[in-house]
Design a protein around this ligand. Structure first.
Ligand SMILES: Cc1cc2nc3c(=O)[nH]c(=O)nc-3n(C[C@H](O)[C@H](O)[C@H](O)COP(=O)(O)O)c2cc1C
Length: 145
């Protein structure tokens, strides 16, 4: 089964986790800033990754998704969300819901089993996250998809 991990940014917390997870699993990894767009039809599983930004995914990820439609994906493939956040209220759930609504307009289902871990904010909040343990948990989650 082939998996693609997509990071909204080419640095930061989400990038740190997903680049390590994809390396550990031998999966493909891209960022929304990469100039070459991946062949999505190759993948059974696509994990979209982003920090939580005021109840939404990062705008880079939305721009990356903007040109896509359901037909660009392999039939039967599944799309998941991985988030890093600082744990503010239910902004994780709100972010999932806003992305799910955005994708639903394109007839793309966002699978309900999302994953998250803490990500530091300017090294002031959760300064030691994401850490090795966070990455191992995400590897376990991704193995089960
Ligand atoms: C402008 C801004 C808005 C944010 N909004 C939230 C939020 O609503 N909830 C939350 O838990 N964290 C919030 N954060 C913290 C980030 O989600 C967190 O630091 C995340 O790990 C950043 O991911 P990235 O480095 O991959 O972009 C916000 C950070 C910034 C800079």
């Amino acid at each position: 089964m082939s998996t693609l991990f997509v990071s909204a940014k080419e640095d930061g917390n989400t990038f740190k986790v997903l680049s390590a997870v994809s390396l550990a699993l031998g999966s493909d990894f891209v960022t929304a800033a990469d100039p070459i767009f991946p062949q999505l039809k190759k993948y059974d599983t696509i994990v979209l990754g982003s920090g939580v930004y005021a109840n939404r995914v990062h705008r880079n990820l939305l721009s990356w998704l903007d040109i896509l439609c359901a037909e660009d994906f392999k039939e039967g493939s599944k799309v998941y969300l991985f988030m890093t956040w600082i744990g503010r209220g239910s902004s994780n759930k709100a972010t999932f819901n806003s992305l799910a609504s955005y994708l639903a307009e394109k007839n793309i289902d966002l699978q309900p089993s999302w994953m998250e871990c803490y990500g530091n904010m300017k090294k002031l909040i959760w300064p030691s996250h994401p850490n090795e343990q966070d990455i191992l948990k995400v590897i376990d989650w991704a193995k089960g998809l």
